[in-house]
Ligand binder design. Structure first.
Ligand code: NDP
Length: 276
């Protein structure tokens, strides 16, 4: 049987880097691929982990570039014949004092956090082997943002029949409304990052349903998670958790044992399923 392989996106720093380290510490029984969009930063991170005694490989991945995701898919297919663990960690957020217009922030944040994650899933989920684990790093902010949506939008995001196409349309509608300056009048929350993470959490539920329908016998588990509030370049130095602590829930979900039936399609925080 081919060697197992785990892929972590946006792993040159922050929580992604800590997840790679935790997978190695947990003695993941296969290769761990640290991906990054910047080759120099990715290779530096690999060098650092190797100096700590961990065996890790670098592969390029810019999640906003569908060609880049396809190249990674081809590499995994050729080298491993499949994929066992995918952790979609890469993400971005504008700083609170960012001066870009809200519509621009919405478009840019959506492109990375939602569309980028979706494109990586489209490229890599077809490679999943039986008992694979997929973790989409979302945020507790997705739940807070959901609570400030209009009742109509909340109902749509909680509707277990919502399709991926309908979710994509909703995410697009948010960006257009943000660019027109009337997103709040249309019932959207006043947070670009939070809305993109609603997209990631709901996408995870939809993808899990699809896997259950199409690959029922394969034991694949796919979840969204929140790492907690973590000291990284994104969240700043005042956050209470270290990157290592932030990596605990994503790593736990990535290493759910063979035979586990749940969680699946959930938002998990502190290793606990959250009410959506
Ligand atoms: P960082 O800003 O420290 O790291 C983000 C990582 O994502 C970097 O490696 C960055 O690469 C990468 N990235 C961004 N855009 C792309 C792209 N287009 N292609 C590939 N990689 C990309 O953030 P965190 O470690 O804090 O965040 C990791 C995840 O955790 C994110 O999804 C975030 O939303 C989520 N999260 C974080 C929380 C926190 O408190 N820190 C709380 C809740 C969720 P580069 O260095 O090149 O920019």
């Amino acid at each position: 049987m081919s060697k197992k392989v785990a892929v972590v996106t946006g792993a040159n720093k922050g929580i992604g880097l800590a997840i790679v380290r935790e997978l190695c510490k947990a003695k993941f029984t296969g290769d761990v691929i640290l991906t990054a969009r910047n080759e120099k930063l990715g290779n530096e991170a690999v060098k650092m982990l190797k100096s700590e005694g961990f065996e890790v490989a670098y592969h390029h991945l810019d999640i906003c570039d569908q060609g880049s995701a396809k190249q990674l898919s081809n590499f995994l297919q050729k080298t491993y014949g499949g994929l066992d663990v995918l952790i979609n960690n890469a993400g971005m957020a504008f700083k609170n004092d960012a001066t870009e217009p809200f519509g621009e922030q919405a478009e840019v944040t959506m492109r990375t956090n939602f569309w980028g994650t979706l494109w990586v899933c489209h490229a890599l989920l077809p490679l999943l082997r039986p008992n694979a684990r997929v973790v989409n790093v979302s945020s507790f902010v997705s739940k807070k943002a959901l609570d400030t949506c209009s009742p109509q939008l909340q109902a749509k995001f909680r509707d277990t029949e919502l399709s991926e196409e309908e979710l994509c349309l909703l995410m697009g509608q948010f960006v257009i409304a943000a660019q027109q300056g009337n997103h709040q009048a249309q019932g959207w929350p006043n947070t670009a990052y939070g809305t993109t993470k609603i997209g990631v959490t709901v996408l995870s539920r939809i993808q899990a349903h699809i896997l259950t329908k199409t690959r029922a016998a394969d034991g694949i588990l796919l979840n969204a998670c929140c790492p907690g509030w973590v000291r990284t370049d994104m969240a700043g130095s005042k956050a209470p958790k270290s990157p290592e602590e932030g990596a605990q829930t994503p790593t736990y979900l990535a290493l759910l044992p063979v035979g586990a039936k749940e969680p699946h399609g959930q938002l998990v925080w502190d290793k606990t399923v959250q009410q959506w």
